[in-house]
Design a protein around this ligand. Structure first.
Ligand SMILES: [Zn+2]
Length: 52
């Protein structure tokens, strides 16, 4: 589960476009954007390769 690093809330909306990749906090008192720095797509690609 995603947890907002700014307010600790768990209501996040995944957001992706050509420049941003991360989660948008939906807490009314926060509303900040946390940019994702993890290369999870690469890891999942490796996992799939290993299994198959
Ligand atoms: Zn937040």
């Amino acid at each position: 589960m995603w947890t907002c690093p700014y307010c600790g809330g768990t209501h996040g909306l995944p957001f992706h476009d050509s420049q941003l990749d991360g989660m948008l906090c939906l807490e009314p008192d926060c509303g900040r954007f946390e940019e994702s720095h993890t290369d999870h797509d690469d890891l999942s690609l490796w996992d799939t390769t290993d299994i198959v």
